[in-house]
Design a protein around this ligand. Sequence first.
Ligand code: PEP
Length: 251
Amino acid sequence: MPKKLMAANWKMFKTWEEARQTARELVVAVRNDLPDDREVLLCPPFTALRGVSEMLMQQEGFYLGGQDFYPAEQGAFTGEINPDQLLDAGCSYALVGHSERRHVLGEKDDFLASKVAFGLQKGLKVILCIGETLQERKHGQVQEVLHAQLEHGLKHISTGISAEHLAVAYEPVWAIGTGETAGPPEIQEAHDLVREKLKGILKQGEAIRILYGGSVKPENTASIISLDNVEGVLVGGASLNADKFSQIVLA
Ligand code: PEP
């Protein structure tokens, strides 16, 4: 059984010192009780990566991730960061295709597919985020959207990748930062769809972790994490507070 991945996405919140403080509090709250079958991932803003990395050093079960990267070795890409720079800052993971990158910053499936393949090739563990909008759900297009995002997003990856290097986060767009959580039946249905599609695309499909994201809180984590085909959570708002996120990690 793969370990459950309890991931925090701090988005564009926290200064260097605030991020270190939250990481410090979290480590203290969780380290003695972290079950063997769980891992914690923190994705702070780029400016705080190195600082948070120092807080996580030698803490078993804690990992650092980037919220994004640009799929090129180096070059004239003002404002961007590459996988080697993430690895150099202490990251082992990176998110790709978060709904805010797709819908606010306009990133398209083809570009995201290059990121997934490039990140994996450079040695990062990649979490590909997918999810339908409310309108797509209302039009009965959940399966179609999730399948298309998986097919496109994974189209350049080599068949030889190891399952622990790739994860998929199912994050219904209408549940991100809205307080609306998908209910267990909706989450179950979507995760089963994702699992079936992953098995169709990759021979490692059965073993790839599928995380749920969308208004995860301490009160709803246990019921979400216990569902079949849910191997972790990706948490935005509630992960900014060490006390709340520690309750999620240990739920
Ligand atoms: C996210 O940012 O991936 C997310 C799920 O946010 P929130 O938990 O705030 O809905």
